[in-house]
Design a protein around this ligand. Sequence first.
Ligand code: VG1
Ligand code: CO
Length: 541
Amino acid sequence: MTLQIIPTSPIDGQVPGTSGLRKKTHVFQQPHYLENYVQSIFDGIGGVVGKTLVLGGDGRYFNAQAAQVVLRMASANDAAKVIVGQNALLSTPAASRLIRKRGANGGIILSASHNPGGPDGDFGVKYNIANGGPAPEPVTSAITQAAAGITQYCILTAQDVDLSQPGLQDLHGMEVEVVDPVADYASLMEELFDFAAISALFQSGFTLRFDAMHAVTGPYASAILEDRLGASPGSVLNAVPLPDFGKGHPDPNPIWAKDLMDVMMGSDAPDFGAASDGDGDRNMIVGRGCYVTPSDSLAVLAANATLVPAYADGLKGVARSMPTSQAVDRVAEAQGLDCYATPTGWKFFGNLLDAGRATLCGEESAGTGSDHIREKDGLWAVLFWLNILAKRRMSVAEILADHWARFGRNYYSRHDYEALDTATAEALINDLRDRLPTLPGTTAGPLTMTEAEDFAYDDPVDGSRTTGQGLNIRFDGDARVMLRLSGTGTEGATLRVYLERFDAEALDLDAQAALAPVAAATEALTNLRARTGRDAPDVIT
Ligand code: VG1
Ligand code: CO
C-alpha cells in the first residue's frame, strides 16, 4: 500500500445542486472526476484527520467502485474510521440514522436518488453533516469553493476492501467497519411505531404491495414489512437492488410506478400500495383505487400523528417546502402548531428539526420525514400510514375523504417540462421575475393576481437568507402557481410548475380539471407553450 498525492486541477460544473452533485455516470467515471470532488468535500469540511465518516449508496452502477475510491481517499486523508454498509449499500435514511447513532462527523452517500442509473444513467455524491442531514448551504458553498481551487488529492494504492461481510478491518491505519445496512434502521422504526398494532392489521387479512423499484429499499422493506410485521411473503416487489434499477426510473410517482398504480386501480387491488425511490428517502402512498398526493399525505400524517407512539404527545410544529400544497397549513392552524415554508431541498429542514421547532416535514416531491433522523424517509412514511390504518381501521380512501371533509381540499399538481434548452428556460423565469412587481391587481387568463414574490427564505434559527427559490404567484379564489427550475436534473433544464387551488366544498373533482383555471392563468402569464415549443408537460404528478 502506498500513499499517493496526485496533482489535479479544477473541473467545471462541480457544484452541488438541490441534493448533492449529480451528473451522468460517464462524467463521474472520467479520470480524476470523483477523486476531485471527494477531496473537495474533505477540504471543504476542514479535512477529515481523526474523523469518523459513514459511507454507503443506493447500489446503482458504479456504487461499488466509487465506495472503494472514497475509502482509499479517506484513509489517505487520515480519517480515523469509516462505517460502511455491507456491499456499500445504505439507504439515505439509514445513513442519516447511522451518522446520528454512532456520533459520526458526517457521511458520504453515493446516489443520484430518483434519477435512473446505469452506464448511461446518472450518478451522484451527497455529503451529510454530523446531525445526519444534508450539508446546509454554508457547507456546500465551502465544498464548491474547494472544488474550484483544487490542486491535488490524496489516495492510497491498495486492493479493494472486502465489504461483503460485517466486521472490522484496517486500511493503512484507518478502521473500516462494515455493518448490516438494515439492522439499526429497523430497530429505530420499531421504537417509533406500534408494531403490535400493525402486525394485528396484517393478521386480520389486510393486504399490501410495496414496490421497491429494484432500488435500495428492497432489503429494508422485506425485513420490516414481511419478516417483522408479517405482511404475506411476496408483498414486497422488485426487492433486490439492481445496478440499473431493472432499467426503470426509480421515482415513486404515478408515472414511473405505473405498474403499481395499475394494480391499485384494478378490481382486485390490495388494501394498500406504496413505493420508494432509488435511495429510499421518497415514498408514494396509494390506497385501493385512491392515489394520495404527497402534499395530502403530509397533512394526513400531521392530523393523525398522535396515533403513533413516537408522536403521541403531539407535534412541536410542521414544515413544508414552499411549492408543497398548503394542506398541512390547515392542520397546523387547527391544532395551533407553527408551520414553516422553506425552499426546496431537505437541507432547509435541518435547523428547524435541530432546534425543536418542527417535528414533521414534507415536500410535494414525495418526501416526508420527522425529527427521528435528518433526511426524508420513504419506509417511515409507509409505516406511519400503516400505523394510522391499524388504529383507525378505515380504508385509505375513507381517511382521505374524512380529512377533506374536516379541512377542505387543496387540489394540487406538478407539471414538469424536462430537458428544455437551458437558455430558454432561464429566460422564461427571468422575464417573469422582472414582471413580478407589476402583476398584483392584474389578470392572467381567467384569474386575477393578488401577490407575486420571488421566494426568499429567512432561516428563523440561524438568521441566514436564501434568495431566488422560485416564483410564487397567488390568485383570487385561494389559488396559486409556483415556478422554479430543478436543481437535480442532468440534461438541459427542467421547469417545474406547481399548481394549487383550495376548495372547501367540492371535494371530489378531478385534480387536473379543478386546476384548469390555474393552468390557463399560468399559460397566459408565461406563454410557456410557444416559448418552449411544448404542448404538454412531460410528467404530471
Ligand atoms: C427535487 C425535488 C425536491 C427534492 C430533491 C431531492 O429537487 O423537487 O423536493 O428535495 O429533488 O430529492 P429539484 O431541484 O429537482 O426540484 V431526492 O429523493 O432526488 O434526493
Ligand atoms: Co431520493
